[in-house]
Design a protein around this ligand. Structure first.
Ligand SMILES: *Cc1c(COP(=O)(O)O)cnc(C)c1O
Length: 382
């Protein structure tokens, strides 16, 4: 039986046409009309200025460079995330301070954030100083509690950089995730809600800042006939060819969100039925005022209220049927590579890692796929 993946790419069919136009123009380069148009597509969608880059990771890195984050600066960052959120902090020689999640959205807890700011100012982590940035993540597409986070940020005057890699199209109080802070980033990796095979974007309301991102992403070349440089830059721009894929994908973004939300509703209905048989499976909740793109549908299975069934038992049963599922992100403060950095705990991310599971959530999941998944789950939750 063919494998059912967690979140495979999903073509619209229009990508090839856009890419063909690029070939006809001969601009097989990190510059060109299609790249400009792709940026405009994103701008028209989320409302911010856009610099398209070769990955979400490079977008995060550039955001820290632009914010002048350097050696021994404190950066307050969500612990429950993918490692790409953290790596650029290390590239800059800064110190990540891991912030635990709250129960409702599984994202950065505003209270724990406030506590971490106070700890920084009190010299609890070394030199007493204000953190240089706050990086919340909108995990699995679910918007973080941005009102609480922005309140802490504004009270102390700390810039916010939103990792919206997983949440393109998600909104909080009708405003796009990625547009609350000083900067935001999106990812167009192959497993995200739309893909350019690999790619990303840095977004901001500040046009000067986006211009600066473009400059830094193209080797920071000064205005001169020869190659003249007065600062260190990067080769981070998105290819014009891949922007063609992105243009085809942007046309169907809203359909993809609708399909992923329909997956979630299907799982919700399925587990409501399971729960009538003496189980208690919970799904990631969407609080009032939040709209999630439901990039991944996630459940938590507490064995104490589920007849001893663990999330790992479910994962292995699915794997035996060639169905991919995955534990929720292992918190970054538990990663061997980040052991030595400070952490402000609520207990939430560690528990989620123990009992949480991401289910197949592709926008191209078929009725047949869902039948296979539910009959596999039926055999566990009988
Ligand atoms: C995918 C992802 C990234 C990195 O994006 P790439 O385009 O793969 O570099 C960053 N943060 C989170 C939360 C992600 O899921």
């Amino acid at each position: 039986m063919n494998r059912i993946y967690l979140s495979p790419p999903h073509q619209s069919g229009a990508e090839v046409e856009f890419v063909n136009k690029v070939f006809a123009s001969n601009w097989l380069a990190p510059v060109g009309d299609t790249l400009d148009s792709f940026e405009l597509d994103i701008k028209n969608y989320c409302g911010s200025e856009v610099c398209a880059l070769n990955s979400g990771s490079s977008a995060l890195h550039l955001s820290l460079v632009i914010q002048n984050i350097t050696h021994d600066d404190y950066v307050l960052v969500q612990t429950h995330t993918h490692i790409a959120t953290i790596n650029p902090i290390i590239y800059q020689g800064a110190i990540p301070i891991f912030i635990d999640s709250e129960e409702d959205t599984w994202n950065m807890c505003p209270q724990a954030l406030e506590e971490a700011v106070k700890n920084c100012l009190a010299g609890k982590y070394g030199e007493a100083k204000l953190p240089k940035a706050i990086i919340p993540v909108h995990l699995y597409g679910m918007p973080a509690k941005m009102d609480g986070i922005m309140k802490v940020a504004n009270t102390h005057g700390i810039p916010v950089i939103e990792d919206a890699a997983e949440s393109l199209g998600s909104t909080y109080d009708d405003k796009h995730t990625g547009t609350f802070g000083k900067m935001g980033i999106y990812s167009f990796n192959g497993n995200k809600i739309i893909t350019t095979s690999g790619g990303g974007a840095l977004v901001s309301e500040d046009a000067d800042l986006i211009q600066k991102a473009q400059f830094l992403a193209t080797q920071a070349r000064d205005n001169a006939p020869h190659y003249q440089h007065s600062q260190v830059g990067y080769n981070y721009r998105l290819s014009n060819v891949l922007a063609g894929i992105g243009r085809g994908q942007m046309q169907v973004l809203d359909d993809r969100i609708a399909a992923r939300r329909a997956n979630f509703e299907r799982y919700k209905k399925y587990f409501a039925e399971v729960n009538t048989k003496g189980y208690s499976i919970q799904l990631q909740q969407e609080p009032q005022g939040s709209f999630s793109n439901r990039w991944l549908s996630c459940i938590v299975i507490n064995p104490h209220v589920n007849k001893g069934i663990t999330r790992e038992a479910v994962r292995l049963a699915m794997e035996a049927k060639n169905i991919e599922s995955r534990p929720l992100w292992k918190p970054m403060h538990l990663q061997p590579v980040f052991e030595k950095y400070p952490f402000v705990s609520t207990g939430v991310s560690e528990r989620l890692f123990e009992i949480g599971l991401c289910l197949p959530s592709g926008s191209n999941l078929t009725d047949e796929d869902f039948e296979r998944i539910s009959s596999c789950l039926d055999s566990i939750f009988s």
